[in-house]
Design a protein. Structure first.
Length: 272
């Protein structure tokens, strides 16, 4: 970490006035101000993990707001006498993550901004189908995304779950809605669910590590040493990377554009 960033980080912790001078053994810690300054500094590594967590929207790494949010997450519905889950469970992807339904009302839907913490952000709601269509049936789009292979497969189906050919799509899509509009919404829908899924897991890993430390500090009292058990640290692989479909799509689209440009170039050379 560059010296200026380290100074900024330390300044954030040292300016925190909500600290305790000392605490006897077996005293319950129920809020950030029940921690000593040294104890908060011993959580510095986890705060850095929280700041750098994949999917974290804040670009102001060492802001007082994010600092407050971090400690707020630790003590949300928790005190030091509570148990701590050592092994968070990564939720499986759900069908709603890769499936959208398109109709006239869908064309008017707009994504809503959120100011929730990354641990609480909910995925964008799945678009619901309206049964008041006058002319055309509803269309569903399933996006099969293979992150490892960086491939996309698109399956369009009608109300009877019959696969639709691409040549039929524009005829049945709502007025003003294009095939590309639907693909874009499918990608954004996937990313919204995936961001929630991965950031929730990573946040739980970080917060649980902090709680395990605090649980031990509460039993020992504030005179405990600075040593942190290896089981209360985040080792390699604890924090999962966030692979967004939009990032992969952009990358593969750039590659395809470069190949297309090279094909045109070679064809023009042959024609000349």
């Amino acid at each position: 970490m560059p010296d200026d960033e380290y100074d900024e980080l330390m300044d954030l912790f040292l300016k925190d006035t909500g600290v305790l001078g000392s605490r006897p053994p077996n005293a319950i810690i129920s809020k950030p101000s029940d921690l000593t300054r040294d104890e908060k500094l011993l959580l510095k590594d986890l705060y850095l993990e929280y700041v750098d967590m994949p999917g974290q929207d804040s670009h102001v790494s060492f802001s007082p707001e994010l600092y407050k949010e971090f400690f707020g997450e630790i003590f949300k519905y928790w005190v030091s006498s509570h148990r701590v889950n050592n092994r968070p469970i990564l939720q499986d992807q759900t069908p709603e993550q890769t499936y959208i339904v398109i109709d006239a009302s869908w064309a008017e839907s707009k994504p809503q901004a959120t100011t929730d913490s990354p641990c609480d952000r909910a995925p964008m709601p799945r678009t619901k189908v309206s049964r008041k269509r006058r002319i055309c049936e509803s269309i569903s789009l399933t996006m099969e995304f293979n992150a490892a292979e960086e491939t996309f497969t698109w399956t369009w189906e009608d109300d009877d779950d019959e696969i639709m050919k691409s040549s039929r799509l524009q005829r049945w899509l709502p007025q003003g809605v294009t095939k590309n509009n639907a693909i874009l919404m499918a990608i954004e829908n996937y990313d919204s669910f995936e961001r929630k899924r991965i950031t929730s897991y990573n946040c739980e890993q970080i917060i649980n590590a902090a709680r395990r430390r605090i649980h031990k500090w509460a039993r020992a009292g504030s005179s405990h040493g600075d040593a942190i058990d290896s089981s209360d640290k985040l080792g390699p692989g604890c924090i999962l990377s966030l692979v967004l479909a939009s990032d992969v799509y952009l990358r593969t689209a750039r590659d395809a554009a470069e190949i297309a440009a090279e094909i045109k170039k070679r064809r023009s050379m042959v024609a000349a």
